[in-house]
Design a protein around this ligand. Sequence first.
Ligand SMILES: [Zn+2]
Length: 260
Amino acid sequence: MAWEEIGEGVWRRRSRLDLNVGAVLGEDELLVVDTGSTPTEASELLAELRRVTRLPCRRVVNTHWHFDHCFGNAALLPALVHGHRRCATLLRERGEEQRAEALRWRPDRAEELAGLEIVPPGRTLVRRAEVEVGGRQVVLLHLGRGHTDHDVVVFVPDAGVLFAGDLVEEGAPPSFEDAWPLEWPGTLDRLLELGAPTVVPGHGDPVDPAFVRGQREELEAMARLCREVLDGRLPVPAALARAPFPEPTAGVALRRAGPG
Ligand SMILES: [Zn+2]
């Protein structure tokens, strides 16, 4: 699949693991959203983007610390890498956990993964940052905890496009391994308030606000079940049976919501 324009001057390409990589084109530079699982993968994506534009990539945003969103960073240097402060801290202190995870998912890339340099964001934000990309305004926002404790969305107001990272998933259930199940629905409320007509999930096809509202309702149903289990009003097997997600997914959600 090739790069696809999803809003004026805003492109996405589906990469390995169904990941969405984004590109925002300004007048004289471009910004890349998420970089894939390895520098080779990132270089290939960028080479393909050269069929669309010759603009230099001066900025990168990592939506969160999971390997498939940031392990390609090294290929894009010396671009500035933006991300949440906590994303940088986690990659610095626990990056090897992500390397192990990457090796599990991409045994075909074992050699490259074993040797790659993990590059944490050097330009960090906590709540909000605005960057100018060749005359265009791009807003980076942390809207609360959800898929992780530091998800950043990338909003391009003049194109009506929002890159949601793994706060939104299309084609697969949301992933809870690092998640905050009780807070995730509220974070999606704030995402919806931004009013972007096109939302690009971390994985899968771009969606509209109605899809995000539907996923928010499923996450809310999951959060309710988590609360009932926590309060001792519902046994775990009953919660799993009623969950809006498959049992392995719901099981992780219940564990993550638990007292620890
Ligand atoms: Zn993720």
